[in-house]
Every structure is written in C-alpha cells, then in structure tokens.
Design a protein around this ligand. Structure first.
Ligand code: FDP
Length: 321
C-alpha cells in the first residue's frame, strides 16, 4: 500500500501548492480524529449558542474549525478561507493562489450520539491576484473547483480526494500516523438500491421528490422491496455509503428550509465534484449543482446526488410533469 506522499510523488505533485494544502488537511484531520478518540465528554457538548445560520453550535464544531484554521495559517499558498463556522471570510496571504471553503465538522448534530461525522473541503484558485480578497472570489460555479476532499471519521478515518478527474480514498493508519491509498480510482456504481432522505420532511417536499420516494418504496412482482432506505444524518457518511454501495442522496427544499438545508459552496460543491470525478452527477432537481453560481457565501441549495441511473430516474419525475 502506498502512502499519500508516495501517491503525490508518483503524480509529480509532491512539490505542488495543492499537495501542501492536502497535507494541512491531513494534519488537521489527524488532530480532529485524536479529539474524537480521546472521548472527553466535555468535547461532545453543545456550546448553547446558535451560528449565523441559526443552528446549534457544538463544541467540536469550534474545535475542528480552530484546528483546520491553525493548520492553514502558515500556508502561504492560501489567499482566503470560507468556513461554515465563520460569518465572514478569513484573509490569508494576499499572494496565495488558492481559496479554501470548508465545513470543518459535518453532521455535528450526531456528535453526542457517537455517529460518524466528517470534514469537507473545496479548493479553488483565486482568479485575480492583483485584486484583494473579497466574498466575490468564492461566488463561482462549482465546476471551477480544482480539487475537493472529505474526511469521514467512521469505523476508520478516511480521506476521499477528487483531483485531476480521479477519486482516490486513503485510510489513516493509526500505528504509522499516515494515510495510505486503500480505495484507488473510486467509481460510484451506476445503479443502486439505497435511497437516503430525511423522511420527516416528506410531506413538505416537491411532489416530484414525494413521488420518487413512493416509487422507491414500491414492491416487485414477487411482492418484495425494490429499494432500501438509509439516512444517517451526516452528509459525508450518507454520501460515502452510497458511493461505495450504489444509492441516491436527497436533501430537497422543504417548508422549513425553502432553499434546502445544505450549503452550496462548502458542502454540495465539493461532494458534487467528487461525484463527478467518480462518474456520476448532482442536481438541485432543475440545475446541475456544479453549474450553480452562488449569490452569497453561506447559500443553501436542494441537493440530489448518487448513482447516475437513480439520479436520472428522479430527474425524470421533474421532466414528466
Ligand atoms: P448537521 O446539521 O448535523 O451538520 O448540513 C449539515 C447536516 O448535518 C448534514 O450533514 C445532514 O445531511 C443534514 O444536515 C441533516 O439535516 P436534518 O437534521 O434536517 O436531516
């Protein structure tokens, strides 16, 4: 098995700016992993405050945010950072080529109940280096991302990396304190039978989504189920399972969340790039996620991604109206 360093060396990217950023992400992930494994109950509590998006902030949200920000701090390749935990963008080195958008701890409502969580990263090039950093730099279509990654802190800790049209998975070996290539060239199965949606929302979603989910619950001629439902409630974990086994993830618009729940720039875009490089697609029901131009940095969107045939089947419900 080859290490992450050897993988980048083989691709002639070991000296690249991008590798330095991935290296920061890996160092941060090891530290977050240590905090999770330390099991200190104090870390698994709520901060009893709301973030700007009116969600409960957990202590670990802030710990993970600080860890990654600290790891990125001395990287002169980084011009600016957008984080779910910070209302405003954070300035880095004004000569740095790269921008990072991140959800430092995804699935945080699952922290206190020992369920997998993740960290998500989108890496973009800053377009005009002669103009100083502003929010507009982040308001670009997802297809402009150069690289995307997530860490899944699950039964093992895994880095999934989308770069140069490939998706590769690296597992953290705790004895060697390093990530090793364990899932080369990942492809999402074209077809699957898992559907992942928070069914608590089902009566307040578009009829197309409602009808598709009803279709998933249909029986075959022998009276047996055709699909299985799985929803962890951590985007990274739900997406990862569906990428490995074949399935569809759906977080639609709801009456509670008229624009959807998930954030376009630092949750949906990086996952959509991973889906694309792994041979699949993502949509909000109408528009491809990677074609959406954000209007604000913490913008939300409806999100559908997973096995191509399942995504296409759901989208056909919109077209058949
Ligand atoms: P969380 O708020 O716990 O961080 O946007 C983040 C997210 O979790 C996703 O990981 C998850 O898919 C979704 O929200 C869960 O939202 P619901 O609780 O509304 O199902």
């Amino acid at each position: 098995m080859i290490s992450l360093n050897t993988f980048f060396k083989k691709k002639n990217l070991l000296e690249s700016s991008l590798f330095k950023i991935i290296d920061n992400i890996c160092s941060g992930a090891k530290m977050v992993n240590e905090v999770l494994l330390s099991g200190n109950p104090e870390n698994f509590k709520s901060e009893n405050v709301k973030n700007i998006q009116n969600e409960d902030v957990q202590k670990l949200d802030l710990i993970a945010n600080n860890i990654f920000l600290e790891n990125f701090k001395n990287n002169f390749e980084i011009n600016g950072i957008l984080s779910e935990e910070n209302e405003k963008i954070i300035k880095g080195n004004s000569h740095g080529k790269y921008l990072i958008a991140m959800d430092p701890l995804d699935g945080s409502s699952n922290i206190s109940v020992n369920i997998p969580v993740g960290s998500i990263f989108s890496i973009l090039q800053k377009k005009n280096l002669s103009v100083s950093l502003c929010e507009n730099d982040f308001l670009v279509k997802g297809k402009e991302q150069e690289c995307a990654a997530y860490i899944l802190y699950g039964t093992s800790t895994i880095l999934i990396l989308a770069l140069n049209n490939e998706v590769n998975g690296f597992t953290l070996n705790l004895n060697k304190n390093d990530f090793f290539l364990t899932f080369p060239n990942l492809q999402i199965p074209e077809e699957g039978n898992i559907f992942s949606i928070n069914e608590g929302n089902i009566r307040s979603v578009d009829k197309e989504i409602f009808n598709y989910v009803e279709h998933c619950k249909g029986l075959n001629p022998e009276g047996k189920r055709t699909h299985t439902g799985r929803f962890i409630g951590s985007l990274v974990a739900d997406f990862h399972r569906n990428m490995m086994k074949g399935g569809i993830f759906i977080y639609p618009k709801t009456s509670d969340k008229p624009n959807g729940q998930l954030r376009l720039i630092y949750e949906c875009n990086p996952i959509a790039l991973i889906a694309k490089f792994a041979g699949s697609k993502s949509s909000d029901g109408i528009t491809s996620i990677l074609e959406k131009k954000p209007k604000s940095i913490h913008e939300r969107t409806a999100f559908i991604t997973g096995s191509t045939k399942m995504v296409d089947e759901l989208l056909s419900f919109y077209k058949n109206d």
